[in-house]
Design a binder for this molecule. Structure first.
Ligand code: FE
Length: 252
Protein backbone atom coordinates (compact mmCIF):
# COMPACT_ATOMS: atom_id res chain seq x y z
CA UNK A 1 0.00 0.00 0.00
CA UNK A 2 1.22 3.54 -0.66
CA UNK A 3 2.28 6.02 1.99
CA UNK A 4 -0.69 7.96 3.31
CA UNK A 5 -1.05 11.60 4.29
CA UNK A 6 -2.90 11.57 7.59
CA UNK A 7 -3.00 15.38 7.69
CA UNK A 8 -1.89 18.22 5.47
CA UNK A 9 -1.99 21.99 5.71
CA UNK A 10 0.27 24.77 4.44
CA UNK A 11 3.84 23.96 5.56
CA UNK A 12 2.84 20.86 7.53
CA UNK A 13 2.32 17.19 6.68
CA UNK A 14 1.83 14.00 8.67
CA UNK A 15 2.72 10.94 6.62
CA UNK A 16 2.22 7.28 7.44
CA UNK A 17 4.89 5.38 5.54
CA UNK A 18 4.09 2.22 3.69
CA UNK A 19 4.23 -0.94 5.81
CA UNK A 20 7.53 -2.64 5.05
CA UNK A 21 7.28 -5.37 7.67
CA UNK A 22 7.21 -8.91 6.29
CA UNK A 23 7.63 -12.47 7.53
CA UNK A 24 8.19 -13.11 11.24
CA UNK A 25 8.75 -9.48 12.18
CA UNK A 26 5.74 -7.76 13.75
CA UNK A 27 3.98 -5.26 11.46
CA UNK A 28 5.08 -1.71 12.31
CA UNK A 29 4.05 1.79 11.25
CA UNK A 30 6.60 4.50 10.59
CA UNK A 31 5.44 8.09 10.85
CA UNK A 32 6.95 11.23 9.39
CA UNK A 33 6.04 14.78 10.46
CA UNK A 34 7.22 17.53 8.10
CA UNK A 35 7.01 21.18 9.16
CA UNK A 36 8.43 24.25 7.40
CA UNK A 37 11.31 22.40 5.75
CA UNK A 38 12.23 20.17 8.69
CA UNK A 39 11.10 16.66 9.51
CA UNK A 40 11.03 14.12 12.31
CA UNK A 41 10.75 10.36 11.81
CA UNK A 42 9.07 8.43 14.63
CA UNK A 43 10.16 4.93 15.63
CA UNK A 44 12.09 4.18 12.43
CA UNK A 45 12.32 0.44 13.05
CA UNK A 46 14.92 -2.29 12.75
CA UNK A 47 17.38 -3.60 10.17
CA UNK A 48 14.85 -5.56 8.13
CA UNK A 49 13.00 -2.41 7.09
CA UNK A 50 15.86 0.11 7.28
CA UNK A 51 16.76 0.50 3.60
CA UNK A 52 13.13 0.66 2.46
CA UNK A 53 12.11 3.15 5.17
CA UNK A 54 15.18 5.23 4.36
CA UNK A 55 14.39 5.46 0.65
CA UNK A 56 10.68 6.11 1.24
CA UNK A 57 11.49 8.78 3.85
CA UNK A 58 13.73 10.64 1.42
CA UNK A 59 11.14 10.26 -1.35
CA UNK A 60 8.53 11.85 0.92
CA UNK A 61 10.80 14.58 2.28
CA UNK A 62 11.08 16.49 -1.00
CA UNK A 63 13.11 19.57 -0.14
CA UNK A 64 12.67 19.18 3.61
CA UNK A 65 15.53 17.99 5.84
CA UNK A 66 15.28 15.15 8.33
CA UNK A 67 16.45 16.94 11.47
CA UNK A 68 15.10 14.69 14.21
CA UNK A 69 14.52 11.02 14.99
CA UNK A 70 12.27 9.92 17.83
CA UNK A 71 12.64 6.61 19.63
CA UNK A 72 9.70 5.93 21.95
CA UNK A 73 11.47 3.17 23.87
CA UNK A 74 14.26 0.60 23.67
CA UNK A 75 12.64 -2.28 21.77
CA UNK A 76 14.42 -3.63 18.66
CA UNK A 77 11.50 -2.82 16.34
CA UNK A 78 12.08 0.83 17.33
CA UNK A 79 15.82 1.36 17.75
CA UNK A 80 17.75 -1.52 16.16
CA UNK A 81 18.70 0.56 13.10
CA UNK A 82 19.47 3.75 15.08
CA UNK A 83 23.11 3.68 14.01
CA UNK A 84 22.24 3.60 10.31
CA UNK A 85 19.87 6.54 10.66
CA UNK A 86 22.39 8.63 12.59
CA UNK A 87 25.21 7.75 10.16
CA UNK A 88 23.26 8.56 6.98
CA UNK A 89 21.61 11.78 8.22
CA UNK A 90 22.53 14.80 10.36
CA UNK A 91 19.44 14.25 12.49
CA UNK A 92 19.39 14.42 16.27
CA UNK A 93 18.03 11.26 17.89
CA UNK A 94 15.75 11.53 20.92
CA UNK A 95 15.11 8.64 23.32
CA UNK A 96 13.85 8.34 26.92
CA UNK A 97 16.70 9.11 29.32
CA UNK A 98 16.30 5.70 30.96
CA UNK A 99 17.59 3.97 27.81
CA UNK A 100 20.37 6.28 26.65
CA UNK A 101 23.10 3.99 27.99
CA UNK A 102 21.44 0.80 26.70
CA UNK A 103 20.67 1.75 23.08
CA UNK A 104 24.42 1.96 22.21
CA UNK A 105 24.49 -1.84 22.64
CA UNK A 106 22.70 -2.04 19.29
CA UNK A 107 26.01 -0.79 17.86
CA UNK A 108 26.15 3.01 17.91
CA UNK A 109 29.27 4.33 16.22
CA UNK A 110 31.37 6.71 18.35
CA UNK A 111 30.99 9.32 15.63
CA UNK A 112 27.22 9.53 16.17
CA UNK A 113 26.68 8.45 19.79
CA UNK A 114 26.61 12.05 21.04
CA UNK A 115 23.74 12.85 18.65
CA UNK A 116 21.44 10.57 20.64
CA UNK A 117 19.89 12.88 23.24
CA UNK A 118 17.89 12.03 26.37
CA UNK A 119 14.22 12.96 26.77
CA UNK A 120 13.78 13.87 30.46
CA UNK A 121 11.50 11.62 32.49
CA UNK A 122 8.93 14.41 32.68
CA UNK A 123 8.90 14.86 28.87
CA UNK A 124 9.80 17.97 26.87
CA UNK A 125 8.73 20.25 24.04
CA UNK A 126 10.79 20.14 20.84
CA UNK A 127 10.55 23.27 18.73
CA UNK A 128 10.96 21.98 15.18
CA UNK A 129 10.99 24.96 12.82
CA UNK A 130 8.24 26.57 14.92
CA UNK A 131 6.15 23.43 15.48
CA UNK A 132 6.06 22.74 19.20
CA UNK A 133 6.08 18.96 19.33
CA UNK A 134 5.36 17.50 22.76
CA UNK A 135 7.31 14.43 23.86
CA UNK A 136 4.99 13.25 26.61
CA UNK A 137 5.73 10.68 29.31
CA UNK A 138 3.83 7.39 28.97
CA UNK A 139 6.05 5.33 31.23
CA UNK A 140 5.22 1.66 31.82
CA UNK A 141 3.04 1.65 28.68
CA UNK A 142 4.74 -0.61 28.07
CA UNK A 143 8.39 0.18 28.69
CA UNK A 144 9.43 1.68 32.08
CA UNK A 145 10.95 4.55 30.10
CA UNK A 146 8.47 5.32 27.29
CA UNK A 147 7.41 8.51 25.54
CA UNK A 148 4.79 9.48 22.98
CA UNK A 149 4.56 12.41 20.57
CA UNK A 150 1.73 14.92 20.36
CA UNK A 151 1.66 17.17 17.31
CA UNK A 152 -0.37 20.31 18.11
CA UNK A 153 -0.83 21.22 14.43
CA UNK A 154 -2.48 17.99 13.23
CA UNK A 155 -3.69 17.12 16.76
CA UNK A 156 -2.38 13.58 16.25
CA UNK A 157 -1.16 11.69 19.29
CA UNK A 158 1.46 9.13 18.27
CA UNK A 159 0.97 6.53 20.98
CA UNK A 160 3.73 3.99 20.25
CA UNK A 161 2.82 0.53 21.51
CA UNK A 162 -0.26 1.80 23.31
CA UNK A 163 -3.24 1.12 21.04
CA UNK A 164 -1.30 -1.42 19.01
CA UNK A 165 -3.28 -4.10 17.21
CA UNK A 166 -1.94 -7.26 15.61
CA UNK A 167 -3.20 -9.50 12.81
CA UNK A 168 -5.46 -7.02 11.03
CA UNK A 169 -5.57 -5.95 7.38
CA UNK A 170 -7.17 -2.51 7.80
CA UNK A 171 -5.56 0.83 8.59
CA UNK A 172 -8.29 2.57 10.54
CA UNK A 173 -10.60 1.32 13.28
CA UNK A 174 -14.22 1.62 12.15
CA UNK A 175 -15.87 -0.77 14.62
CA UNK A 176 -14.29 -0.46 18.06
CA UNK A 177 -16.01 -3.51 19.56
CA UNK A 178 -14.98 -5.74 16.66
CA UNK A 179 -11.43 -4.36 16.91
CA UNK A 180 -11.02 -5.28 20.59
CA UNK A 181 -10.01 -8.87 19.90
CA UNK A 182 -6.93 -7.61 18.01
CA UNK A 183 -5.81 -5.37 20.91
CA UNK A 184 -6.79 -7.07 24.13
CA UNK A 185 -4.22 -9.87 24.28
CA UNK A 186 -1.35 -7.50 23.51
CA UNK A 187 -2.42 -4.90 26.07
CA UNK A 188 -3.23 -7.26 28.92
CA UNK A 189 0.26 -8.78 28.66
CA UNK A 190 2.50 -5.92 27.47
CA UNK A 191 1.02 -3.00 29.41
CA UNK A 192 2.19 -2.80 33.01
CA UNK A 193 -0.87 -1.98 35.09
CA UNK A 194 -4.21 -0.24 35.22
CA UNK A 195 -2.70 2.49 37.44
CA UNK A 196 -0.23 3.35 34.64
CA UNK A 197 -3.14 3.39 32.17
CA UNK A 198 -5.14 5.75 34.38
CA UNK A 199 -2.18 8.09 34.87
CA UNK A 200 -1.86 8.30 31.08
CA UNK A 201 -5.59 8.85 30.45
CA UNK A 202 -5.74 11.59 33.07
CA UNK A 203 -2.83 13.36 31.33
CA UNK A 204 -3.91 13.02 27.68
CA UNK A 205 -7.52 14.05 28.38
CA UNK A 206 -6.05 17.56 28.70
CA UNK A 207 -4.99 17.45 25.02
CA UNK A 208 -7.14 18.22 21.99
CA UNK A 209 -6.77 14.91 20.10
CA UNK A 210 -8.14 14.32 16.60
CA UNK A 211 -6.39 11.00 16.06
CA UNK A 212 -4.40 8.37 17.95
CA UNK A 213 -1.82 6.65 15.76
CA UNK A 214 -0.09 3.61 17.29
CA UNK A 215 3.16 2.04 16.07
CA UNK A 216 1.48 -1.27 15.18
CA UNK A 217 -1.85 -1.81 13.46
CA UNK A 218 -4.82 0.49 12.94
CA UNK A 219 -5.33 4.12 14.00
CA UNK A 220 -8.23 5.77 15.84
CA UNK A 221 -9.67 8.76 13.98
CA UNK A 222 -12.12 11.32 15.36
CA UNK A 223 -13.00 12.39 18.89
CA UNK A 224 -15.66 9.72 19.59
CA UNK A 225 -13.24 6.92 18.60
CA UNK A 226 -10.38 8.52 20.53
CA UNK A 227 -12.59 8.77 23.61
CA UNK A 228 -13.70 5.14 23.27
CA UNK A 229 -10.08 4.06 23.22
CA UNK A 230 -9.18 6.17 26.25
CA UNK A 231 -12.17 4.90 28.22
CA UNK A 232 -11.17 1.32 27.37
CA UNK A 233 -7.61 1.99 28.63
CA UNK A 234 -8.96 3.56 31.80
CA UNK A 235 -10.81 0.38 32.71
CA UNK A 236 -8.42 -2.30 31.46
CA UNK A 237 -6.84 -4.62 33.98
CA UNK A 238 -3.42 -5.52 32.64
CA UNK A 239 0.12 -6.56 33.47
CA UNK A 240 0.70 -6.94 37.21
CA UNK A 241 -3.06 -6.55 37.86
CA UNK A 242 -3.35 -10.08 36.46
CA UNK A 243 -0.58 -11.81 38.39
CA UNK A 244 -1.68 -15.33 39.33
CA UNK A 245 -2.99 -15.66 42.86
CA UNK A 246 -0.45 -17.61 44.89
CA UNK A 247 2.41 -16.59 42.58
CA UNK A 248 4.16 -18.36 39.72
CA UNK A 249 4.60 -22.12 39.58
CA UNK A 250 7.92 -23.74 38.75
CA UNK A 251 7.94 -25.54 35.39
CA UNK A 252 8.09 -29.30 35.06
FE1 FE B 1 7.66 -2.25 22.43
Amino acid sequence: MPSIKLFETVGHQNILLEDFGRGMAVQANQHLIVHNGEAILLDPGGHKVYSKVLSETFAQLGKARLTNLFFSHQDPDIVAAANGWLMTTDATGWAPSLWIRFIPHFGLDNLVADRLKPIPDSGMVLDMAGCKLMFIPAHFLHSPGNCQVYDPVSKILYSGDLGASLGIDYQEVKDFDAHLKFMTGFHTRYMTSNSAMRAWVQMVRQLDIAMIAPQHGALFRGKPMVERFMAWCENLKCGVDLLPKGGWQLPG
